[in-house]
Design a protein around this ligand. Structure first.
Ligand code: UDP
Length: 477
């Protein structure tokens, strides 16, 4: 029997956006929310995914849902439970949708049986909660098996897929063939970009909603330099002294928080000094984020440029913590083995940081500080549905080098809001682009300012919530 976990969400008012965007956008959003609240009349909007921590979906849901709850709509978040075998299957599907074989297990009848059993176990619990005409938004491949169950329960079902790739191939076809039976009659599917709508999903029933960030979360809230320094020194990511600040932040509801835990850092020698320019990539430990390529590209190229004082921080979650990501530990082990094989001079400048995950807000505040302190943020993904880390860095006005893959191509216009790496595997070009931003600080500053403006205009939660409201109204009509 599965155990659905409910994650509690404290309500938050959308009024706070008035500090960032024009008043009419805020009042417009409030009017839409009010209309939706009246229409739903006590019905619940359920969101279901497969992890409460780690990765883009777990990042986005709490902040979006907080504003929905603040608007008087009963919106809830449930996390489904799965077995290790289930998550091996879903990770395999996830890789397939990105055109990659992952660890290569067959997506055969045995895999389907595992998937169906866990879906059914979770559906039994879900059915006890969901009433007819409730809205159920299911996120990602892990939840697709719940679609037929929820439709039978009379809910208005939306399936949202946060992953995808631009050009279908044999592997992505295999992934979609696995999911297709569950998607047959779903009233609406949501994708992050047009090119991700697969052949098995009706275009007329598909909607494009790019992800967003919450500017007030611990991850993205303003943070002065003294606090950044205090947090980075306290966690061991930067060498002391900590300066005058304290390692504090605000929770989304305004209550104070403090960074207490330290990062486990795999390094040789000392932490970077406060004045050392840092190249930073923050990601789950996943080969699609190409941590090995980032290290190699940095070691090969950046060091030989005039910007050789820079050091690299590859930061990711403490791997035991991300429930639906069973490969994380393996990838980290292999990345650290590669790191150990580097010449000592390179090892001295490359730090693998495992960020504490026990307290999500604390983890977020550390990521915030690290991204703000970065001289250059990189996201050298081989595939990317939509890079939340890219938007996070844009919001912080950081100059970025990111691969021209998937949603990143929508997020960044090359040379305007960041520099795009045309071939994700081109280590030499990667090193040159990073070197260019490290050397030409005026150019880097301009790119960072453009990025901030774009994040403000296009990637905040208000836009996201309005798109959801429109979709729900349409489906309910
Ligand atoms: N993240 C985090 N701590 C970590 C590593 C990643 O909070 O140690 C966050 C990161 O800041 C971002 C999300 O996880 O908000 C990753 O989302 P993205 O879309 O970049 O990639 P995904 O993991 O969904 O493939």
């Amino acid at each position: 029997m599965a155990h659905l976990q409910e994650v509690t969400i404290a309500p938050e008012t959308i009024d706070r956006f008035a500090a960032l965007i024009v008043e009419e956008r805020v009042t417009g959003a409030k009017a839409v929310a009010e209309r939706l609240s009246q229409r739903l009349e006590g019905r619940v909007v359920w969101n279901v995914n497969s992890t409460a921590r780690g990765g883009g979906v777990a990042e986005m849901l709490p902040s979006l849902l907080a504003y929905v709850r603040g608007a008087g709509i009963d919106c809830r978040w449930l996390v489904m439970e799965g077995t290790p075998d289930f998550f091996r299957v879903t990770k395999r599907v996830h890789h397939a949708l990105h055109g990659s074989v992952g660890e290569g297990m067959p997506l055969d009848e045995a895999a389907r049986a595992i998937y169906d059993q866990v879906s059914q176990d979770n559906a039994i619990e879900l059915q006890a909660l969901v009433r007819p005409r409730d809205v159920v938004i299911l996120h990602d491949p892990q939840t697709a098996g719940l679609i037929p169950h929820m439709m039978r329960a009379g809910a208005i079902v939306v399936w949202r897929c946060h992953v995808g790739q631009d050009d279908p191939d044999e592997e992505s076809d295999r992934g979609w063939a696995f999911l297709a039976p569950y998607l047959e009659n779903v009233p609406a599917t949501v994708f992050s970009r047009e090119a991700y709508i697969p052949a098995c999903c009706d275009r007329g029933r598909s909607v494009i909603i790019p992800p967003s960030i919450d500017p007030f979360s611990a991850k993205n809230q303003d943070m002065d330099e003294a606090t950044v320094r205090a947090i980075l020194v306290h966690t061991g990511l930067v060498e002391g002294p900590p300066g005058e600040g304290s390692p504090t932040f605000l929770h989304r509801d305004g209550t104070p928080g403090r960074v207490d835990r330290q990062a486990d850092v795999i390094r040789h020698g000392r932490a970077p000094s406060w004045n050392t320019p840092l190249v930073v990539q923050v990601s789950r430990w996943d080969w699609l984020k190409d941590p090995a390529g980032v290290m190699e590209g940095f070691a090969q190229k950046v060091e030989e440029t005039a910007a050789s004082g820079a050091e690299l921080v590859l930061a990711g979650p403490n791997v035991t913590a991300v429930a639906d990501d069973p490969e994380g530990a393996t990838v980290l082990n292999e990345v650290s083995a590669l790191w150990r094989g580097l010449p000592q001079n390179d090892r001295d400048k490359i730090h693998l940081a495992l960020l504490p995950m026990a307290d999500i807000a604390e983890n977020a505040a550390i990521v915030n500080a690290l991204q703000r302190h970065a001289a250059v943020v990189v996201q050298k993904s081989m595939k990317e549905g939509f890079g939340l880390t890219v938007t996070e860095a844009m919001w912080k006005a950081r100059p970025i080098v990111a691969s021209a893959v998937g949603g990143i191509q929508d997020q960044i216009e090359d040379g305007v809001h960041g520099l795009l790496l045309k071939e994700a595997g081109d280590l030499s070009a990667f090193g040159s682009l990073v070197g260019r931003l490290l050397e030409d600080r005026a150019y880097a500053e301009q790119i960072g300012q453009n990025a901030r403006k774009r994040a403000l205009e296009s990637y905040l939660g208000v836009r996201h919530l309005l798109q959801y409201a429109e979709l729900i109204e349409r489906l309910d009509g």
